[in-house]
Each structure stands twice: as C-alpha cells, then as structure tokens.
Design a protein around this ligand. Structure first.
Ligand code: UGA
Length: 437
C-alpha cells in the first residue's frame, strides 16, 4: 500500500515522518520546492521536538519527498493536510484546498486504482459535501463512494508534541458514508492504533467535532483567565491552586487551565473566529464563543495596563520580552500574543528587546531592525526598565534575584506565574496572583 500526503506543514510532515518511520511506503508532496529539498535532506523547515529524528528514520526506509503532484496516482491512501487560513471576515480561506482538490481530481481521472482521500485540513461543516466532493467528482469524472473514497479525518495534534500525538492520538474520527472505502480505512487505523477509540460518523459531524474540540479548549483557557483576573483583586489568592483543585474533579479535568496572556497560535484563534462566523451563518447567536474571544482579547489589554501602571509612561522605556513563541518547545510565532504585545508597545515608542530560545529568526522576520534580539537572558535584561515573561520556557523558571541586577528598574511582570513563591528583590507582578500589599 502506498500513502500520499499532500501539504507538509505541522500535520502533514508529522504524519509523513511517523508513517514512514513505521515502514509504510510514503510519499510526501508539497508545492514548495525549496521546502521539499530541505525535508529530503532530513531537515525540518520548523522546530518540532523529535520531528527530525523521526523524519531521518523514515528517510532511511521507504519515504520520498516530491513536489510533483502526479505522483498521487500511485497512492492508495491520500491524506490532504494543506492549510485553511483565515480570511478578512474571520471565515476560512478555501483557495488552497480547492486547488489541491482540482488537481487531485484530474490526477485520479485515468487511474485504475481505487484511491481513498482523507481530508485532515480543518474545514467548517458542509465543506466536504458542498465544496470538496463536487470539485473531486467534476475533475475526476468519477463517483465518490463508488470509484474513490472520501473521508473527513480531523487532526488533534498539538505543536510541540506533534510526533507523540501522531503516534498516540487520543481519538480517530472518520467522517463519511459507510462504504467499502470506510471499512478499509477503519481496518488501517485499527492496525495502526489498536487502543485508540475510532468514531465513525458523517462528514458534517466530523467537521464540527474539530471545531468543538478547539473551541472547548479555548473556553477552558478564557474561563481560567477570567478567574485569574478576579484572583488578582484578592490579596494572596493564586489561580494555580484553584486550577489544580478544580482539575481534580474528573468532570472538569486538569489540562488547559493555565492562566496566561490568552490563547495564541495558528489554530485556536483562527478556529474560534471561523466557528463564530459559521454560527452566525446558521442563524445561531454565538454568545458564549463571543465571550471566550472577548476575554482572550482583553488579556492583552490587561498586560499593557499592568505595564503602564507599574512603569508609568512607556515612551522610550526599555522593555524586555522573555518568549515570543506562542508556547514553549516551538519556534512558531503565528498569532502569538507576545508578537501582538510588541506591536502595541512599538506604537507607544517603547524600546523592545526580546529573548527566545527558538523563535528569534521567526520574530526577526516580523520586526526586522525595529527591535533588539538578545542572545542570553542576561543580555535581554541589561539596562531594562521592565521585563515581561510571555512564554513558559523551562529556562525562565530558574531566574533568581541576581539575574535582575543589570536592570535599570526591576519591574517583573510574569504572565505565566513561573516565579511565584520565589524570594525576589524586584517589583514582581504575576497574572492571576493577588498582590498582598
Ligand atoms: C491546538 C489544539 O490544542 C490541538 O488539539 C489542535 O489539533 C491544534 O490546535 C490544531 O487545530 O491544529 P496548538 O495550536 O498546537 O494546538 O496549541 P495549544 O497547545 O492548544 O495552545 C494554544 C494556546 O493556548 C497557546 O498560546 C498556549 O499558551 C495557550 N494555553 C494553552 C494557555 O494559555 N493555557 C493553557 O492551559 C493551555
């Protein structure tokens, strides 16, 4: 059996590498020639723990990386993992996926193989039936369900644990008609992940599951962020003890209850917007979803206000930002709250220095010479008026009083509560912790 994977981003490249490392005959396809060359040489275009190791392992076996789309003709299973970015209205932009489907349709037109196409890209309910299926049928002159299989297969992996999540998913969702293709794919997944629950449903439910998942996670984060704002007003209260305790209730669960600067990244903010937009189209008022977004947006305002309260006028003040990646163990800065914060500070003419163990290059691509890039935490703090911890990189946990000695004013704003409980000779403020004085 040959497996084709179209689109080598986080989801596609992780899947390509994991399947190839398990010995499957895999071909990874991407339009970007340079990216393909890099991957073929065993280098990942982005930082993701264990990805390169898994990729290199796969390359030793039966993995090919190409930018020739016609190679899908030989593939029995074709995973589509191209991005569905956000457009200006908040809806998803389907242009990439439409192009892929057109080309896929044309390429499978004259083959004798009974291909099964699995769509992992995040799309709003109805997209498979109303957009993807007609494009495929028109361009292939074949019938879905009879000549080829078409299955929605949403993905739940997280960046920074993408390889682990691909190897051990918590659930597999297969959306589509119960055809011979569905039976074959179910068997494939049972063999691949024997202990993972498989949910077989229709296309539109599978599509909705993905949005339900991400919007619920966003809701948990906004919930705890809202609570953290209340805690800040209660001297001595700490939101983490509250999260830890409610997390012990199995009906709540302990994960995704870390208060912080708000959710960022390329998925949660985009999916929330798309779901809100979609709800409106269906005539449903997305009251809760709007509130979740609103709390998220206001977290950023809060950090700005706290900085102003402690620092006064921020014009010409040197502000150090520790962490620009949207979370630790990634170099991804897409929709990172830290990036938004820097943009807002720059508008007020603050002087920004950043430190991040992985994301300096991606941050430089956004700001160029407008900000300073420190090689070490000490450099970042030197002569600074205020430091803001934005990403919970492990190394920031070790910060002690002496590290802050080089600062002009020792104002520390800890958006991840990494230094709570430490004896620090600084003006310390942590999001979600009520000041005692
Ligand atoms: C998210 C989902 O968690 C994945 O299940 C999903 O597959 C993926 O989107 C996707 O749709 O592709 P990811 O974007 O990698 O994964 O990042 P998360 O780990 O969900 O974190 C998102 C943001 O929430 C980060 O800014 C993080 O700092 C923040 N967060 C997360 C918190 O502020 N508190 C928490 O307790 C957890």
């Amino acid at each position: 059996m040959k497996i084709g994977i179209i689109g080598l981003g986080f989801v596609g490249l992780s899947l390509t590498s994991v399947l190839a490392s398990k010995g499957f005959n895999v071909i990874g396809i991407d339009v970007d020639e340079e990216k393909c060359r890099k991957i073929s040489n065993g280098n990942s275009p982005f930082f993701e723990p264990d990805l390169e190791k898994t990729l290199k392992n796969g390359l030793k076996k039966r993995l090919e990386i190409e930018n020739d789309f016609s190679l899908v003709q030989d593939c029995d299973l074709i995973f589509v993992t191209v991005g569905t970015p956000q457009n200006r209205t908040g809806a998803i932009d389907l242009s990439n996926i439409k192009k892929v489907m057109e080309s896929l349709g044309k390429n499978i037109q004259n083959t004798k193989k009974q291909h099964t196409i699995l769509v992992k890209s995040t799309v709003v309910p109805g997209t498979m039936k109303d957009t993807i299926l007609p494009i495929l049928e028109k361009n292939s002159k074949k019938k879905a369900g009879k000549d080829f299989g078409l299955i929605s297969n949403p993905e739940f992996l997280q960046e920074s644990t993408a390889i682990k999540d691909t190897k051990f998913p918590h659930a597999i969702v297969l959306g589509g008609y119960r055809t011979k293709f569905m039976k074959k794919i179910e068997k494939f997944f049972v063999k691949l992940h024997p202990n993972t629950p498989i949910i077989i449903t229709n296309h539109q439910t599978a599509e909705m599951i993905k949005y339900a998942n991400n919007s619920f996670l966003a809701t948990k984060i906004s919930f705890i962020n809202q609570l953290s704002n209340i805690c800040q007003k209660i001297p001595g209260a700490n939101v983490d003890d509250i999260a830890k305790t409610i997390g012990l209730d199995p009906r709540i669960g302990k994960l995704f209850l870390n208060a912080g600067p708000g959710y960022g990244g390329s998925c949660l903010p985009k999916d929330m917007k798309a779901l809100i937009n979609f709800a409106k189209i269906t005539g449903t008022k997305p009251t809760l979803l709007n509130a979740v977004e609103d709390v998220n947006t206001k977290q950023l305002e809060q950090i700005i206000n706290i900085t102003k309260q402690r620092l006064g006028d921020i014009t010409d003040k040197k502000i150090s930002i520790l962490g620009t990646a949207f979370k630790p163990n990634t170099d991804d800065v897409r929709d990172s709250i830290a990036i938004e914060l820097i943009k807002r500070f720059l508008k007020k003419n603050a002087i920004i220095t950043i430190h991040d163990p992985r994301a300096i290059n991606n941050t430089r691509n956004i700001f160029g010479e407008k900000i300073n890039y420190a090689k070490s935490i000490t450099d970042a703090l030197s002569k600074s008026h205020c430091v803001i911890i934005m990403t919970q990189w492990k190394q920031y946990e070790k910060l002690s009083s002496t590290k802050f000695n080089g600062m002009k004013r020792k104002i520390v704003i800890d958006c991840r509560r990494m230094l709570v409980g430490k004896k620090l000779d600084v003006d310390y403020f942590a999001i979600g912790v009520g000041k005692k004085n």
